[in-house]
Design a protein around this ligand. Sequence first.
Ligand code: AP5
Ligand code: MG
Length: 213
Amino acid sequence: MKIIMLGAPGAGKGTQAKMIAEKYQIPHISTGDIFRANIKNGTQLGMEAKKYMDQGLLVPDELTVKILLDRVAQEDCKNGYVLDGFPRTIPQAEVLDKALAGLGEAIDYAINVDVPDENIVRRMSGRRACLSCGATYHVEHIPPRQEGICDHCGQALVLRDDDKPETVQNRLKVYHEQTQPLIDFYTAKGVLRTVDGTADMKDVFEEIVSILK
Ligand code: AP5
Ligand code: MG
């Protein structure tokens, strides 16, 4: 099963993608997580990506597409995967489509996690992320057992550099301009499903599971 998560920054793509990956035993692939891991490790790719991410802009397609295509070609992806944060532009979606078509494959579901802009800024300022294992928390909705410490790996939790309110506004603008057109793109392919992302995260997940059945 090949699934794409669509939605504004902070809509809960990562939260839901993790649960889907666990339930269906497929890899969760987040281009944002891949970039953040590279920034943390000080790689060339990380330094290049950081210039864009810190401003809330998209990393250029040339850098992003290759990483993603390499990742989905790996052995653990042969039974499917859940993509979180990719594609984010029409050209990215077209490249993915073409690569899959070449293998006689296609995306099965594009899940659009719908959350209005008003809710987003509030969510982001409360988010805490683990840069080691990629887990995310929310100071009010999903607090870690011990404040500031990841439940899974014991590392310190941080407020992401791009979760400052002014950067979030920019990310929303970029989302509406460059990523939202993908909703029409996947509707036309007949694979788009929209879920209400303002519901409790467990209810959002239940709705997604009922779609994937
Ligand atoms: P990326 O890491 O993908 O960030 P994003 O799309 O902005 O999405 P977020 O991770 O911020 O939000 P999310 O939807 O995963 O929400 P989450 O589950 O954490 O990308 C970062 C940057 O990398 C981009 O800006 C860009 O520069 C670059 N990049 C990445 N991919 C790229 C690509 N393909 N092309 C070009 N550039 C790319 O949830 C948010 C918060 O809400 C959390 O605190 C969570 O606990 C809480 N929450 C979740 N669900 C609920 C709920 N139902 N109720 C209440 N709270 C909830
Ligand atoms: Mg995410």
